[in-house]
Write a protein that binds this ligand. Structure first.
Ligand SMILES: C[S@@+](CC[C@H](N)C(=O)[O-])C[C@H]1O[C@@H](n2cnc3c(N)ncnc32)[C@H](O)[C@@H]1O
Length: 254
């Protein structure tokens, strides 16, 4: 994937945030709460948002405009150079959506999501992220990495009811036999992995996930609190008639 950045082969990169995330932040504020919280003795604090595999970082600037301190994590140093170029467009700070909430900072980190170095180097710890956003990261990973992907998210996400994982599910209509990336990512795959983090979930030889044979959620699993087709998304998430095929799901610890 790092090589694809170097070769300028980045077909997933639309140059702007997905409008489905913007709409989710506006329409699901009843679930997500405010981007700032006040704790007795500590005053007003900004919540932390993480974008694993953030690409050129466009989602981080959107999250910061909603008031989150946004952390974009990238393995690729070439992608991080694109993030720095993107940051130059915003100057010292991102324009806030709501002046009363203000805007958060944007921090780009180099590292591997599955390792701890980037967390330690940034002075962060597991369980510190109030919001994690996944778009075209789950589908970029080989399905054999999905148990680890799910487990890592449970480790990084803040406890319930504060922490929320938002998955913009794509591609939902691809034949899994075609392989990837992007690998077919149907809603059932998110359910099976996130409700059984770290567990090997069988796939058949055509790439179809075996669903519904395990208990609903194991003790480490996340629960899905919302699931819907967004009204707007990037073009690859639509069918030939323009219907949105992507889903958005929101998850939290039990
Ligand atoms: C398909 S791209 C999506 C980028 C971005 N989310 C977007 O929508 O434009 C996946 C990104 O994840 C990064 N990546 C892959 N594995 C990673 C890992 N283990 N840790 C951090 N970043 C990773 C790649 O460098 C790549 O930029």
């Amino acid at each position: 994937m790092g090589d694809l950045w170097k070769e300028e082969q980045t077909p997933w990169d639309r140059g702007t945030h997905n409008p489905a995330l913007e709409d989710t932040l506006v329409q699901k504020s009843d679930i997500l709460g405010s981007a700032v919280s006040s704790t007795e003795g500590k005053g007003k604090q900004r919540k932390k948002a993480l974008v694993p595999g953030c690409g050129r970082g466009v989602d981080c600037f959107l999250l910061a405009s909603f008031g989150y301190d946004a952390y974009g994590l990238e393995y690729s140093t070439t992608a991080l150079e694109a993030c720095q170029k993107e940051a130059e467009k915003y100057g010292d700070s991102v324009k806030p959506r709501d002046p009363d909430v203000g805007s958060g900072k944007v921090v780009f980190l180099q590292g591997d999501l599955f390792k701890d170095e980037w967390l330690k180097n940034a002075g962060l710890e597991e369980g510190c992220f109030d919001l994690i956003y996944d778009y075209t990261f789950f589908c970029a990973l080989n399905p054999s990495l999905r148990p680890g992907w799910a487990l890592r998210h449970t480790q990084l996400l803040a406890p319930s009811p504060r922490g929320h994982l938002i998955c913009l599910e794509f591609p939902t209509m691809k034949d899994p036999a075609l392989g990837g990336p992007p690998f077919a990512s149907i809603p059932t795959a998110y359910v099976e992995h996130l409700s059984h983090p770290g567990e090997d979930i069988p796939y058949d030889d055509k790439g179809n996930i075996e669903a519904g044979t395990r208990e609903k959620v194991n003790e480490k699993g996340l629960t899905r609190v919302a699931h819907w087709h967004p009204e707007r998304t990037h073009e690859p998430g639509k069918d030939a008639d323009g219907n949105v095929m992507d889903y958005v799901s929101i998850w939290r610890h039990q």
